[in-house]
Design a binder for this molecule. Structure first.
Ligand SMILES: *Cc1c(COP(=O)(O)O)cnc(C)c1O
Length: 419
């Protein structure tokens, strides 16, 4: 009895589990190629990408124009550190500032670093502009938040999985109720804004929230919530900082999710799609008043704002408009959401979202979200659950209607098969 030889996929899965830390539990598929909205595994099977690396792949995989930019720039100049000025960096800063309407930009690499930058900026503003006594600044966040994985950021997470065993934690943070977690459904009865208001004191320098909570399961606050939070911050002289690392750059059908509420935050955090699905690059954007509290030597990053990433990010920003990715996110997102809502099944509790960013919540007695993802994988659809009961559908923003229809077909088929 000779044992069955391992398939190519099993071999890589085995190797990754053997040598890699187990801080993830990937679905059993080994990928080796991506193009547009598609991914291929090592056996040549083709899949539609409904995860998009959590919004990092908005432009689609291996975009030819971005490939050309990374190729040309990498032949010329890639990394210099910030000890010197470079053309691509200056051009990128100008582009992002003009496009966003924020006066000043500070670039980092990963999302978590840009969140850390926002925290530093808020604290300095608190001490140097608002006059909070040194080391007393407080920042209010929302329950269910996800802002990254550094020790300071997990300090203000409310999810045990992100923080258990990683203490001692950074002080100076407090979590209020994100809209919806207080179980009210109207402005009149809203307790969420109340809990934020109650937590504000003379040492509060900022409120940092996601306009829609992605990792928490695409939690969409009721209309008006963000506007009220904006008004509260203005009234109390505290900064409103929005983490749009996942929601920004067209994901919700607007360039920034806060545009749905016609407000402007004091600080904005971007990442993920900014790198055009090729490189990590992130940014904190704000006014000169806030940003000018950073002095030479006070903050930085070796790779932050490197010429290669700057050049790619500039092109990624251009392509959002040249290829109408934001409009496509809105039209395809509206269509996808309404069709998913039309699926009549008792295993679906709720479908919600904005743009091409949709969460389907299951009545988990029937099937877990992870099992459903496995069934969809077998149908050629790559999806990811968040928590036990929500499946997230977030394809690249360049996806076409034909692919959405194909996905809808498969999703309906799998859901009906469970019933
Ligand atoms: C992904 C994400 C982050 C963290 O970004 P990394 O690049 O993984 O560090 C922070 N905030 C939000 C809202 C995110 O979705």
């Amino acid at each position: 009895n000779t044992p069955m030889p391992l398939s190519l996929q099993d071999e890589y899965i085995k190797k990754e589990s053997l040598y890699g830390a187990k801080n993830y539990s990937p679905l059993s598929v080994v990928l080796n190629k991506g193009e547009g909205a598609y991914l291929w595994d090592v056996d040549g099977n083709k899949y539609l990408d409904m995860v998009s690396a959590y919004s990092a792949v908005s432009h689609g995989h291996s975009h030819p124009k971005l490939i050309e930019v990374i190729h040309e720039q990498s032949k010329k100049l890639s990394i210099t550190s910030r000890a010197f000025y470079t053309e691509p960096f200056a051009d990128f800063l100008e582009k992002l500032s003009n496009l966003s309407g924020f006066e000043s930009v500070l670039t980092m690499n990963t999302g978590a670093e840009a969140v850390e930058t926002a925290i530093k900026a808020a604290r300095r503003w608190g001490y140097f502009s608002k006059g909070i006594p040194e080391d007393k600044a407080e920042i209010i966040v929302a329950d269910g938040n996800f802002h990254g994985r550094t020790t300071t950021i997990v300090s203000f997470s409310t999810d045990d999985a992100y923080k258990k065993g990683f203490g001692p934690f950074t002080p100076g943070f407090d979590a209020a109720n994100f809209c919806g977690s207080c179980e009210c459904d109207s402005i009149e009865k809203c307790l969420s804004i109340n809990t934020f208001e109650k937590k504000i004191n003379k040492n509060t320098c900022a409120i940092i929230v996601e306009p829609i909570q992605g990792e928490a399961g695409i939690r969409v606050p009721r209309e008006g919530w963000l506007k009220e939070l904006r008004a509260l911050c203005t009234e109390k002289n505290i900064l409103l900082i929005l983490d749009e690392i996942q929601s920004g750059l067209g994901r919700t059908g607007k360039l920034f999710a806060y545009e749905h509420e016609n407000i402007k935050p004091d600080g904005l955090i971007l990442g993920k799609a900014l790198g055009g699905a090729l490189l990590p690059i992130s940014a904190f954007l704000s006014s000169k008043e806030i940003m000018n509290h950073f002095k030479p030597g006070s903050h930085g990053s070796t790779f932050g704002g490197n010429p290669l990433a700057s050049k790619v990010a500039s092109k990624a920003l251009d392509l959002l408009f040249e290829e109408k990715l934001i409009e496509n996110s809105k039209t395809m997102g509206d269509y996808f959401l309404s069709k998913l809502k039309d699926i009549d099944s008792k295993i679906i509790k709720e479908v919600r979202g904005k743009g091409l960013w949709i969460g389907m919540e299951l009545n988990n007695a029937e099937v877990s979200a992870k099992n459903l993802c496995m069934m969809l994988l077998n149908e050629g659809l790559l999806c990811k659950e968040t928590h036990e009961t929500v499946i997230r559908f977030a394809p690249p923003l360049m996806i076409g209607k034909k692919d959405i229809d194909w996905a809808l077909n498969k999703i309906t088929k799998v859901i009906t098969s469970i019933e």
